[in-house]
Design a protein around this ligand. Structure first.
Ligand code: ADP
Ligand code: MG
Length: 692
């Protein structure tokens, strides 16, 4: 939709070679890339408050005088605390900076500044924790305005992106809108060019919402278009990997220490009947977290291997791949299964990788487990018969294309823990058959959950100590990785690194506390998770990397900080990490903001443990145009669209796609040229696998 979208970002104001390099590292090379780099949230700076008006727990800004800069205190774990006394005509208070000794030089005694941060009450005294400092004029400028907060990379500041985007917006030349006015009006969507301005540079919440909605429509529309246009390629292929139902499978199921649930049995039956039938399998198994999808996949893989084919099991993270590998290796040992498995991860050395590639092309390895690297160019299979994708939602579109490109058409099984309502499934999974596992394995007691505010924190920590003393383990989730070096970053969010420092301080040296996040080296992540699984870590503080599929039955408490930042299904997924064995699981959802609407939304988590119910509740209660940061789940990997909140747009986009394709099945007509180009662009740029 951009005529000059290919303009290199170096041509934008304020983007020198160094900044351009940072942009490139985030995959942003052109003006179009930049305009498609959407804010992840907005900050609205509220008006100034008097010190006497402050309330515990809120984020507030005060204009105050610096009365004295205290001494930097060094506390254990190499942490420093810097206290600064401030006052205004209504009272006085203390500011505390952790690990920011340089702030002592950034203010001067007697100077006036605006400080914005979280208010914390200690008795009758108030403190501001890690506030950001502004000059008064600077703050009044920002006050009341919407500030876009972008996903960042190291070295790049939010303010640099804001500047580059504003230059891009003034330079951008939009082509005529592909969407007819009539449809725009029907769904209250702004014109495409305007939508970009709205989403990057809104003047009100409403504008931000409208911009987001329009871009969500486009995203859904081109996704659907892509699926339908390539339908022949993607589905209805004959079965080139015919199999029989192997006796090995029946024997294995009989030997399992538990009985398969009804849903599991049905999924197994569906799967076997596909693999033995006339067409190649394209099946989705959806089931709530903990419903036992892994065993279903392994049964499928066992059937493929017993029929002389190779199998591949793809996971979205290396950690999860390693866990699956361990499960399989244990099963091979215990039941003498015919798997000759290998774990292929990015962190392997070149020689080790080579060996696996050789094993796959000779057929010596019959089951390979790893991330999406498994189907990349270098990997040649002797006779790949089944590919299973765990916990991801790219619907296997690109994957089937890649495989078709290699001249092979294995059966495809996709597993997902994000249940979506049937009406949406038809549109999104139009090309997949669906098996649903509704019930949980027997003997599982539901996770006890509560949604609480800051004031509950001491009790939460006490509860955690009690659980550890029973020999159990704890997860704590924070939304951010580390202290942002960008001063514009959202100060309200807990980050893994400083949080673990704070917690060590709070709980003392008695506990083994470690943190984990997606930016760590895969080998380090693996190491930490194996230590955790072995029971050598009491509390693991992590980002949502552990959201997907990790299985440590000894973990009983899942505490989530800033729960308001996550979608309901995502929170539900997270709590699914505990209570996986016979021990009672607990979830504590902390909310940073004391906001009734937020607690009300989250309360459903305390009321039910049924993922389907939670998803459909979300669908009913989430208004369209809800702002960012509340996306249902990153699982669908749409950049802006949220299949739950934007359900009406999904239907609309689907109808519009039908309308176009009815008269021009292959988008050959001149009037559909734009749509054709955009659809191709979408396919090239948006359907790759998401790794976390
Ligand atoms: P998910 O569906 O979230 O991937 P998993 O496959 O990891 O769930 O299974 C969760 C746990 O439940 C595993 O420890 C698994 O061994 C166990 N499990 C699976 N099926 C059953 C069953 N039918 N009865 C009892 N336990 C089961
Ligand atoms: Mg799983």
């Amino acid at each position: 939709m951009l005529i000059n979208g290919n303009t290199p970002i170096e041509e934008l104001k304020g983007v020198g070679p160094k900044t351009a390099g940072y942009f490139n590292s985030m995959g942003i090379r052109s003006l179009e890339d930049l305009l498609r780099h959407f804010p992840r949230t907005y900050l609205v700076f509220g008006g100034l408050k008097k010190i006497s008006e402050l309330k515990d727990g809120e984020i507030a800004a005060v204009r105050a005088r610096v009365d004295s800069v205290g001494n930097i205190r060094r506390v254990k774990n190499n942490m420093t605390i810097l206290p600064i006394e401030i006052s205004d005509d209504s009272g006085k208070m203390t500011i505390k900076y952790f690990n920011m000794p340089f702030m002592a030089k950034a203010v001067r005694n007697g100077g006036y500044y605006v400080f914005r941060g979280r208010v914390k009450a200690a008795g009758r005294e108030f403190t501001l924790v890690q506030p950001r400092k502004y000059a008064y004029d600077e703050y009044t400028d920002l006050s009341g305005r919407f500030q876009s907060i972008y996903p960042l990379t190291k070295g790049l500041k939010n303010s640099q992106i804001v500047k580059a985007v504003s230059s891009a917006l003034s330079k951008a030349c939009f082509s005529e809108d592909y969407l007819p006015e009539e449809i725009r009006n029907r769904y209250s969507l702004p014109e495409s060019g305007l939508a970009y301005r709205y989403i990057h540079n809104p003047e009100s919440e409403q504008e931000a919402g409208l911009g987001r909605r329009r871009l969500a429509f486009d995203e859904l529309f081109f996704f659907i278009m892509y699926l339908r246009k390539n339908k022949e390629l993607l589905t209805d292929s004959p079965n080139t990997c015919p199999m029989i139902e192997s006796a090995e499978v029946t024997r294995f199921i009989e030997k399992l220490p538990y009985k398969l649930t009804r849903g599991q049995s049905k999924a197994v039956k569906d799967m076997i009947s596909d693999m033995t039938g006339p067409s190649v399998m394209n099946r989705l198994v959806q089931g709530d977290v903990g419903s036992g999808k892994t065993i279903v996949a392994l049964i499928g893989l066992l059937n493929a291997v017993s029929n002389g084919y190779q199998g591949a099991l793809m996971a979205p993270t290396e950690v999860l791949a390693a866990q699956h590998f361990k499960t399989v290796s244990d099963l091979v040992r215990k039941y003498g299964l015919p798997f000759k498995p290998a774990l292929l991860t990015g962190s392997l050395g070149a020689a080790a990788k080579r060996k696996i590639y050789d094993g796959l092309s000779s057929g010596e390895i019959n089951l390979v487990i790893g991330t999406h690297a498994l189907i990349q160019d270098k990997v040649i299979y002797k006779n790949l018969g089944l590919v299973v994708t765990d916990e991801q939602h790219r619907f296997g579109v690109r994957q089937r294309e890649t495989l078709a490109g290699k001249g092979i058409g294995p059966h495809i099984l996709v597993m997902s823990a994000t249940p979506i309502p049937r009406t949406l499934a038809i549109v999104l999974y139009g090309d997949l058959s669906v098996s649903t596992i509704k019930e949980m394995p027997e003997g599982r007691s539901p996770i006890k959950s509560c949604v609480v505010g800051e004031s509950y924190r001491p009790s939460a920590y006490k509860f955690i100590r009690d659980e550890i003393s029973k020999g159990h383990q704890i997860y704590i989730i924070c939304p951010m990785v580390d202290e942002p070096d960008d001063e514009d970053a959202d100060p309200e969010l807990q980050n893994v690194v400083s949080y673990s420092e704070k917690l060590k301080e709070e709980l003392g040296d008695r506990y083994r506390i470690t943190y984990l996040h997606g930016k760590m080296k895969p080998a380090d992540k693996d190491n930490i998770l194996s230590e955790y699984a072995a029971g050598n870590i009491d509390i693991l503080i992590s980002t949502t990397v552990i959201e997907v599929g990790i299985n440590v039955p000894n973990a009983t408490v899942m505490m989530v900080e800033n729960s308001e930042r996550f979608g309901l299904s995502q929170l539900h997924q997270l709590r699914g990490r505990v209570g996986r064995g016979d021990k009672q699981g607990y979830a504590i959802f902390m909310t940073g903001k004391d906001n009734d609407r937020i607690s009300e939304r989250l309360d459903i988590l305390a009321k039910t443990c049924d993922g389907f119910e939670i998803a459909s509740y979300d669908l009913k209660t989430r208004g369209p145009g809800e702002l960012f940061g509340l996306r249902q789940s990153g699982d669908f990997a749409f950049r802006v669209a949220d299949v739950f909140a934007d359900a009406d747009l999904l239907t609309g986009a689907s109808e519009f796609a039908d309308m176009i394709l009815k008269t021009d099945r292959h988008l050959k007509e001149e009037k559909n040229k734009l749509i054709r180009e955009e659809t191709e662009y979408f396919g090239r740029n948006n359907l790759d696998f998401r790794t976390i």
